[in-house]
Design a protein around this ligand. Structure first.
Ligand code: ADP
Length: 665
């Protein structure tokens, strides 16, 4: 029995909504987007054939509102709903509500979602099916004494994990028995806020495992196949950052075992549709972790190596069709790697960044590169949702070609306005250990020294380029470009009275300021540098494309000026400069020392600092919860707490003062 799908409602937002719309459209299916008040102008709304408002910005009132979603389906005449990932994708009540309303849910049966929805239940189910699980505790008794006794029996380090968990939220590694109660309380707090459920499981914390998962697909006919495996070991905060397919360096017998276990897992819950079975892999052992009963964020790497469209498969299965291919008709070609680009600050504990994307440019026409994004230049990244703005996916004939292509794609990605993890992603994929495939879930931590703190890549060439671009913009501001009167760039008239003038430019980077003097020539400037006179000549186009000759070298770059800030993109590096008005008093440039502010709007959930206390660099002082995650504001240096300005329960704005520090006497 098959049922047609003529109109598909996408109960999601961002890149995944856009991605689903693309496939639906190619299948001749009409698409309906839904949006909250924060997403009125979002890309997915603009792309769909029809769009309906479902509620205010907070997800609970919009993208998580089951009734509003079903109403939207009825109003728009949708005969099916695709939930994407996150939000309602693994909500069994929602799957049932769709069924009750006579709308096809593009996903597994509610019973399968429910069976895998609790990590505790899933662990028990898999053990019964003969699939190995990490030694741990998954009992119903959540009494603190019981949990503590179980923890001691398992041994340390162990992991406290929300049974209802996802996205790495609410997980805590506990190193010793003395830390257990505090970690449990903090994990429960985060889990309750994120999932409305604070039941916990305990697992032995495996040292540096790899995260390997198997994509499975099943049809109502009972046919179940796997689409090979992915490695998602490169993680931060237990959340995936880079994923690839196939998993590098696994033995054939281990691959076979993983695939068989994944299929057994799907069969054990009468699975239908797309699912992913996640495993932790140590040297020669593997353990079931969980099954995600939905499309994964990282599904494009599987699409790249198989040449299949997983959303198309989902829709076909939802219509009641058999799988388009049998196991022996599914082949793998080459290697694919994906990087998740998020507006977050890796240097500040991966703190999500919210605000406007002033400038956004992805590379075009790179072989084997696919970019899935849900945002456009000028969009606001809201505090209410995930900071993932795009996935950059590269496919090649082998792993090193795929990595090379991903590097190029990341190097060609330009973002101004919000901090992102682009630089970190570039460092990871350029790292020799990554190239060798020597990866595990501790990768980012283990290579911290190589990966972080390289954002400010400054050399004389970049400084000269910056000075050149700044002077061009300065000259430009006194001329008018008829073609684009709003562009800060463009050719100066070249008309000068009398002798070549000398122009002066002051650039600030962080706390450093420097002034350069350039003697004007018809085609550029000659700068006085510590190494002598250097001529910088060339052009800056209206879109900021710079073609400059510095001494004997020709350099292509791109400059973006927003307000007083200029960002230069050169060879995959970026450097941001403040264009300083020479008349501005120097005191304004200094940052008030010692005042620690909230990095974003949020709720104060813990205060560990006390006035008068002496603290060491890195000590957590205040914990602010935002975007369902806890962020510790830590001491930037050794010192003493002069005052604490907030208390637990305070709602704070971005920039609100939390703590004042002073030098210890
Ligand atoms: P979530 O559902 O929140 O994503 P998972 O159970 O999938 O949580 O785990 C996320 C990540 O946490 C894993 O990919 C792995 O890096 C780490 N992890 C989970 N369980 C363990 C464990 N027992 N030992 C070591 N690391 C683990």
């Amino acid at each position: 029995m098959t049922r047609p799908i003529r109109t598909l409602l996408i109960a999601n937002r961002g890149e995944i909504a856009v991605r689903i719309i693309r496939t639906a459209r190619s299948m001749g299916i009409r698409t309906v987007a839904v949006f909250s008040d924060a997403d009125t102008d979002a890309l997915h709304v603009a792309m769909a054939d029809e769009a309906l408002r479902i509620g205010p910005a907070p997800a609970r009132a919009s993208y998580l509102a089951i009734e509003a979603m079903i109403d939207a389906a009825c109003v728009s005449g949708a005969d099916a709903i695709h939930p994407g990932y996150g939000f309602l994708a693994e909500n069994a009540d929602f799957a049932e509500a769709c069924l009750a309303a006579g709308v096809i849910f593009v996903g597994p049966p509610a019973a399968a979602i429910r069976a895998m929805g609790s990590k505790a239940d899933a662990r028990r189910l898999m053990q019964a099916a003969g699939v190995p699980v990490v030694p741990g505790y998954d009992g119903a008794d959540q009494g603190i004494e019981t949990l503590e006794a179980a923890a001691v029996a398992i041994g340390f380090p162990l992991l406290v994990k929300p049974s209802a968990g996802g996205g790495g939220k609410g997980m805590r590694v506990v190193g010793s028995a003395t830390e257990f109660r505090d970690a449990l309380a903090s994990a429960k707090r985060e889990a309750l806020s994120a999932f409305g459920d604070d039941r916990m499981i305990l697992e032995k914390y495996l040292g540096q495992p790899r995260h390997v998962e198997v994509q499975v697909f099943a049809a109502r006919t009972g046919r179940t196949v796997h689409l090979f495996e992915r490695d998602c070991s490169i993680q931060r905060r237990h959340q995936k950052v880079i994923e690839e397919a196939p998993a590098p360096g696994l033995s054939e017998p281990l691959r076979r075992e993983l695939r068989n276990a994944a299929i057994a897992c799907a069969r054990a819950v009468d699975y239908v549709g797309a699912g992913t079975v996640e495993f932790l892999v140590t040297k020669d052992q593997f353990f079931f972790m969980e099954m995600n009963t939905r499309l994964q964020v990282e599904h494009p790497v599987t699409e790249a190596i198989t040449g299949l469209d997983l959303v198309e498969w989902q829709i076909r299965v939802a219509r009641g069709e058999d799988l388009p291919r049998a196991q022996d008709e599914i082949a793998m070609r080459g290697h694919a790697v994906e990087a998740r680009l998020s507006t977050e600050d890796p240097e500040a504990g991966f703190l999500p960044q919210t605000g406007r994307l002033d400038h956004l440019r992805f590379p075009v026409e790179l072989d084997g590169v696919r970019i899935d994004t849900g945002v456009r230049q000028g969009d606001d990244v809201s505090i209410h949702y995930d900071p993932l703005i795009a996935k950059v996916i590269a496919h090649g004939s082998d792993r090193s070609e795929a990595i090379g292509r991903l590097r190029a794609a990341l190097a060609g990605t330009e973002i101004v306005g919000l901090k992102t993890n682009r630089g970190l992603l570039s460092e990871i994929v350029a790292h020799p250990a990554f190239a060798q495939g020597s990866i595990d879930t501790g990768f980012i931590e283990a290579h911290q020294a190589d990966l972080f703190g390289r954002a400010d890549h400054l050399d004389e060439r970049i400084l000269l380029l910056a000075a050149f671009a700044a002077l061009r913009a300065q000259e430009r501001s006194t001329a008018v470009d008829a073609a684009d009167p709003f562009s800060p760039w463009g050719e100066p008239t070249g008309w000068r009275l009398g002798e070549p003038a000398t122009l002066r430019v002051t650039l600030a980077i962080g706390e450093r300021t420097m002034t350069l003097e350039g003697a004007c020539r018809a085609d550029g400037y000659v700068f006085d540098t510590p190494t002598g006179h250097v001529a910088v000549t060339g052009t800056v186009a209206a879109d900021g494309a710079i073609l400059a000759r510095i001494g004997d070298r020709l350099v292509h770059a791109h400059g973006v000026i927003i307000g007083e800030r200029m960002t230069l993109f050169v060879d995959g590096h970026e450097a941001a400069f403040e264009l300083v008005d020479p008349r501005r008093p120097a005191s304004e440039l200094a940052v008030a020392p010692g005042r620690l502010t909230s990095p974003m709007p949020g709720l104060v959930v813990a205060v560990t600092a006390a006035a008068g206390q002496t603290v060491v660099k890195g000590a957590p002082l205040v914990i602010v919860e935002a975007m369902k995650m806890e962020h510790a504001v830590t001491a930037p240096r050794d010192g003493r707490i002069r005052a604490v300005k907030v208390a637990i329960g305070d709602q704070v704005a971005a920039g609100a003062e939390l703590v004042v520090m002073e030098d210890a006497a």
